[in-house]
Structures are given as structure tokens and as C-alpha cells.
Design a protein around this ligand. Structure first.
Ligand code: AMP
Ligand code: MG
Length: 491
């Protein structure tokens, strides 16, 4: 059952917290007339919004902050965080506002957050705006991640206007309506630890437990269990990112979700040619957030969270929870790799085969996504040389050697071929958001005000494991012109 925008049930639990946790204020509308850039029907059905609602003028008015959305109680959330290893005592929503929380008919509660909606008390030097380019990237990538089965924030729509926004060049402004079960971050806790406000810390921890970890409410060690759950979820998230070749780009603790969601898409990138040291953010000169650093940084960030929780839990308990990461992360990672290679179980031999495969990809800088996808066509029959797969590699002899060990392992694990192919294709995507695909959609949108490519990509990325032969070209590696696309923090 879908509803009109006015019929939705707002249940604004965060706004009921003491005022130290946020600032109430209203969005600043664009100077120019707002217009719809793209709309995601999957998210509107999540919120029970009737799809026809986008044709009402109120849709644009509420979602661009021109008119107050009945039931909403806009606020900017306060948080701090470690940015590139250094503690910054106050950050907060500098250009986003939580409009409220919508409770849908399945009794799920969804934060609706408007990003790019004007300055807040936490804007510092910023203009409170987001540019169309970066909203398109976040909108498409969050949906792609969701379709890949990776926990993430999502987005209902992009609203544009012709307002000029100044970055390295003049760009156009846009707002993104972001949706998530919660936008609470590691940094939301850190701020009260560093300000020496243990009572606020406790209120926030209780709030997060009641709202998002209700199973822990009556646990005698509920704060320890909260940390334990976040450690587990973060380890899983890191393993999922690594398994699809996703690099976040800015893993500061203010961009780490307390629910283990992928949060705050900036200069992210899906790895194309396999290179463990891949740095997607051109502003990250030291490679702190390089692809292969992510699992370690996930741990570093958890350590920062654990420290922030020490007024509520003992240091020994915090250390014990953190230690579990060392078991969780490799277990999640190798289980995902096991599935990607179509194996039944992880043994020492299986780990060698997985690592050997990744070495092959690295040696020849092969496309991570396409080679994994092609691997489902692997034939264990010795008479079959797996020519099309083999031809993807320059070092054929290395491939042959590896292929022999893989075939032996598949036979030993008794994996039936047709079932393996199907299973592998259900975990190795054919379509990912390559930078050049996003760039084509961005260029059309910014230069010609043609938003059709955004909708098309959204549709393709919502089914990343399907063959979709009509969109075959969207699976291709980046063309030469796109090899130099540079992605920075500017958004
Ligand atoms: P980010 O790196 O995008 O996660 O942002 C880090 C901090 O800077 C957060 O507090 C953001 O709200 C803030 N911020 C980023 N861009 C802007 C902007 N254009 N205006 C105001 N605040 C911003
Ligand atoms: Mg952020």
C-alpha cells in the first residue's frame, strides 16, 4: 500500500534526544527553481511513497526544502571524527539535514536526510551545497552497492537547480534525498568522549541500542555487546568491499556507520585493473585509504570507537572485542572468495588457489570484475585449455599452472559444473559503476541537462548479476579517454 507524502508516518526519535546532539534548523532552498533529476522507484516503495507523487509540485517543494514536509523536524546532527588519522574536535552535518524518520508499513524506520541543503552551524568554511556531479555518483553507487548485497545508505532522488556552486570550477548545485536506518557515525560517539561528557555518551549508546540493536537491550553487558556487534558488522563490510573491488576513498571515522553501512560516498572507485595498492582519491597522496589498506583502516577506526566507549566499558573488554576482528575479517573475506571461485569449503589449499588467482590478476593488471565473471566458464576437463579465459592473460604458462591447481581443487571438492557456473554468476557481478560510466552520465546531465543516462545506469546497476545482453557495452573496460579521469575529495 503506497501513500501520499502527507500521509507518511514520521517518527522522529533522534529529534527527541537532548539538544546537545544536533541543531534544529530548516534547509535553505535553491535560488533557482528546483527540478527532478532522477527518481528511484525502489526506494519510494521502501518508504511506501506512491510513485505518482513525484508529479505533484509538493514533491519538489518538500524535497528541496522550499516548503516544510508535514511531519518532518529538520536537524543537523553533531559529530566529530578522525580525518586522515588526526582528531578533528567538531564536524557535524555541514551540508545535510535529517528531515525526520519515516516508519513504513512493515514497521521499518528510515532516516530521510537531505544532502546539499544549505549551511548549518557545522558548515565551517563550506557553502552547505553539493554539486550535481557528486550527487549523481553517490546516487548511482549506493544503489549499485545495495544490488551487490552490500549494506549501504540509499537514495530516493536527486533534485537539481541552476544555482552555481563553486568548486575547482563553477558547477551546478543539487540535493540528494538519502535514506538509511540511521546516520549515526563512529564520530558521533567520539565527540562526547573527547569532550569528557560520559552522560551524553551513555544516552547515545542507549539510543543506538534501543533503536538499532534491540536484541541487546536487556543484556547485562549491553555496551560491550554493542561494540562487539559493530566490530563484526564492520569486519563483514570490509570483506564485502574487498570482494567486489570497492575503494571508499575517505575512511575517516566520521564516515563510518555505527550500523556497518557504506556511508558518505565521495571519491570512491571500483577497481578495474587489479592493483592492491589502488588509490581512488587523488587527494590521498600517502595512500592511507588505498584499496589494500581498507581492512586495516576498518580496524583502526574501530579502535577509535572502542576508545570513545571506554567511559562505558573496561579497556580489557574493549580490547577483547577488537581482537575478534582478526578472526572475523579473514573468515568473512575468504568465505566470499570461496563463493567467487565456486568452491565448497575453505582449506589451506583453497587459500593458495585464491591467492594464486589474485596474483595472476595483479601480474597482468587484468580487470577485476571481468576476469572473475569469466572464471565461471572454467572447465575442469584437462583436454579443454580454457582458451578464452587463458587469452585474458599475458603469462599463459602461469595461467596454465594455476588452472591445473584450480581444476584439481574443484574435482577434489566435488563441485558440479553447471551448478558452479550459476552460483558463481550470482556472486561475481557483470556490471559495476565504472568511473567512466558515471562520467558519461555526469557529462550529459551537466552539459546538456539530459538525465536519461542516470536512469539507464540505475536500471542496469540494479541487476548487476544478470546478463542483460541489451546493455553488454556497459560491462566493458574503460576506453582510453577515461583512463585519466581524476576523482578528488571535492564534492
Ligand atoms: P566529507 O568528507 O564529505 O564526509 O565531509 C567532512 C565534513 O565536512 C562534514 O562535516 C561535512 O558536513 C563537511 N562538508 C563537506 N562539504 C561541505 C560543504 N560544501 N559545506 C559545508 N560542509 C561541508
Ligand atoms: Mg562525511
Amino acid at each position: 500500500m503506497t501513500q501520499s507524502l502527507e500521509q507518511l508516518r514520521f517518527d522522529n526519535s533522534f529529534a527527541r534526544l537532548p539538544t546537545e546532539f544536533y541543531s534544529r534548523l530548516n534547509p535553505t532552498p535553491f535560488a533557482g527553481a528546483p527540478y527532478l533529476v532522477s527518481f528511484n522507484p525502489n526506494v519510494s516503495s521502501l518508504l511506501d511513497i506512491h510513485p505518482q507523487e513525484i508529479y505533484r509540485p509538493e514533491f519538489l517543494a518538500y524535497l528541496s526544502g522550499t516548503q516544510a514536509w508535514p511531519g518532518s523536524e529538520p536537524l543537523a546532527m553533531l559529530y566529530a571524527g578522525h580525518q586522515f588519522g588526526h582528531y578533528v574536535p567538531q564536524l557535524g552535518d555541514g551540508r545535510a539535514m535529517l528531515l525526520g524518520e519515516i516508519r513504513n508499513r512493515r514497521d521499518e524506520k528510515w532516516d530521510v536526510q537531505l544532502k546539499g541543503c544549505g549551511i548549518t552551524p557545522y558548515s565551517r568554511q563550506g557553502d552547505g551545497r553539493a554539486v550535481l556531479r557528486s550527487t549523481i555518483r553517490e546516487y548511482l553507487c549506493s544503489e549499485a552497492m545495495h544490488a551487490l548485497g552490500i549494506p549501504t545508505t540509499r537514495a530516493l532522488c536527486i533534485i537539481g537547480a541552476d544555482d552555481e556552486v563553486y568548486r575547482e570550477t563553477i558547477e551546478t548545485g543539487a540535493m540528494l534525498l538519502r535514506v538509511a536506518p540511521s546516520h549515526v557515525r563512529f564520530g558521533s560517539f567520539e565527540i562526547f568522549y573527547y569532550r569528557d561528557q560520559p552522560e551524553q555518551l551513555r544516552v547515545l549508546a542507549d539510543y543506538v541500542i534501543t533503536q538499532h540493536y534491540p536484541e541487546l537491550q536487556d543484556h547485562p553487558d549491553k555496551y560491550i555487546e554493542l561494540l562487539r556487534s559493530v566490530v563484526r558488522r564492520t569486519a563483514k563490510l570490509m570483506a564485502q568491499w574487498q570482494s567486489v573491488g570497492f575503494a571508499h576513498g575517505v575512511m575517516n571515522t566520521d564516515n563510518m556507520s555505527i550500523l556497518g553501512l557504506t556511508l558518505d560516498y565521495g571519491p570512491f572507485g571500483f577497481m578495474e585493473a587489479y592493483e592492491p595498492g589502488f588509490i581512488c582519491n587523488h587527494s590521498d597522496h600517502e595512500g592511507r585509504y588505498a584499496f589494500d589498506q581498507q581492512p586495516g583502516i576498518g580496524f583502526w577506526n574501530l579502535t577509535a570507537l572502542a576508545q570513545a566507549l571506554t567511559p562505558l566499558i573496561s579497556v580489557e573488554a574493549a580490547k577483547a572485542c577488537l581482537l575478534e576482528y582478526e578472526t572475523h575479517y579473514p573468515a568473512f573475506y575468504y568465505d566470499l572468495m570461496r563463493q567467487k571461485l565456486g568452491l565448497q569449503e575453505i582449506t589451506a589449499e583453497a587459500v593458495d588457489v585464491i591467492d594464486g588467482w589474485l596474483r595472476l590478476l595483479q601480474q597482468d593488471a587484468r580487470d577485476y570484475t571481468l576476469t572473475f565473471r569469466a572464471l565461471s566458464g572454467f572447465d575442469v576437463d584437462e583436454n579443454n585449455k580454457n582458451t578464452s579465459l587463458r587469452d585474458m592473460f599475458i603469462s599463459r604458462l602461469d595461467f596454465d599452472r594455476w588452472a591445473k591447481s584450480y581444476a584439481t581443487l574443484l574435482l577434489k571438492q566435488n563441485v558440479a559444473t553447471p551448478a558452479r557456473r550459476q552460483q558463481m554468476n550470482s556472486v561475481n557481478p557483470k556490471y559495476i559503476l565504472r568511473n567512466y560510466l558515471a562520467q558519461i552520465a555526469i557529462d550529459k546531465a551537466t552539459k546538456q541537462k539530459d538525465f536519461s543516462e542516470i536512469d539507464k545506469l540505475l536500471q542496469i546497476l540494479q541487476k548487476p548479476f544478470d546478463e542483460q545482453p541489451e546493455f553488454e557495452s556497459y560491462a566493458a573496460e574503460a576506453p582510453d579517454w577515461a583512463k585519466t579521469i581524476s576523482v578528488s575529495c571535492s564534492s
